[in-house]
Design a protein around this ligand. Structure first.
Ligand code: A3P
Length: 295
């Protein structure tokens, strides 16, 4: 089906002060009232922080490293996106209502917008955070290729909007801090993209332990291999190439773009970097949450 052909880069719409993709905001009632179950697993991230990567890892852990099972469906059907909505395509909440438990649920919502039931049901949650500079660059390219977003303008214009939080899902700063501050109140594993790049074996093992799904070393190796950037970028069930071009245009920029830490150095000018660092310090003052911008 040629769903989503009418996507036209509409301006963002604010929900509770957070700018969201217009179609997502228009479906907000469904999201707000979503009923989580205690056996749901929530995967939460700020956009472009490794959501697809951790989703593939989780799915493989649940299926004991069975790569064929992980190819049963595209990632966006295996791990439905809670607040997702675009014209002519099933929404995230529709997919989730039909999904047999245990469900995996992806979200990019900041903590304050999460449907209440996730907190009260005590679901396990995995949060993945990525350093602000690499996210900015990745998001800039994603804005260009994913046409539910407004036009990002030039890199300099986009970076200013990013610093101001005037982009889909609002400020990165509030998002990473908000989830960080919740981590002890919930059954939450808070991971970092840079750690996953540095030592995927170690990080996948953490996820296994958190999910209480012990697997032997051979299976762990297999999962690490299958979830490498190289493998995932060639895997049609993970790389979003099955989405209609009218919604995501991989010729503009592939969803699986570079998959590295430190690419920001190729885009930030010295002046932009100094400005960003000053802003970063102001926004992150007083938190013990630390990021690495290179590994
Ligand atoms: P880049 O644009 O920097 O390449 P999300 O899934 O949250 O939208 O994040 C997408 C980012 O994660 C993209 O970053 C993408 O290339 C990267 N990515 C996806 N799978 C990856 C993997 N297996 N290993 C490393 N990076 C991955």
């Amino acid at each position: 089906e040629s769903g989503g052909t009418s996507v036209q880069r509409p301006p963002l719409l604010s929900i509770g002060g957070v700018p969201l993709v217009k179609y997502f905001a228009e479906n907000w009632g469904e999201v707000e009232n979503f009923q989580a179950r205690p056996d749901d697993l929530l995967i939460s991230t700020y956009p472009k922080s490794g959501t697809t990567w951790i989703s593939e890892v989780v799915d493989l852990i649940f299926h004991q490293g069975d790569v064929e099972k992980a190819r049963r469906n595209p990632i966006y059907l295996r791990v439905p996106f809670l607040e997702f909505a675009v014209p002519d395509v099933p929404t995230g909440t529709e997919l989730l209502r039909k999904m047999p438990p245990p469900r995996f649920i992806k979200t990019h919502l900041p903590v304050q917008l999460m449907p209440e039931s996730f907190w009260t049901q005590g679901c396990k949650m995995i949060y993945v955070a990525r350093n602000a500079k690499d996210v900015a660059v990745s998001y800039y390219f994603f804005y260009q290729m994913a046409k539910v977003h407004p036009d990002p303008g030039t890199w300099d214009e986009f970076l200013e909007k990013y610093i101001a939080g005037d982009i889909s899902y609002g400020p990165w700063f509030d998002h990473v801090k908000g989830w960080w501050d919740k981590r002890h109140e919930q059954r939450m594993l808070y991971l970092f993209y840079e750690d996953m790049k540095e030592d995927p074996r170690r990080e996948v093992r953490k996820v296994m332990e958190f999910l209480e799904r012990p697997l032997d070393e051979q299976v762990l190796e297999k999962i690490v291999h299958h979830t490498s950037f190289k493998e995932m970028s060639q895997n049609q069930m993970a790389n979003y190439k099955t989405i209609p071009t009218a919604v995501m245009d991989h010729d503009i920029s592939p969803f699986m773009r570079k998959g590295i830490t430190g690419d920001w150095k190729n885009y930030f000018t010295v002046a932009q970097n100094e400005h960003f660092d000053a802003e970063y310090e102001r926004q992150m003052k007083g938190t013990d949450l630390c990021f690495r911008t290179e590994i």
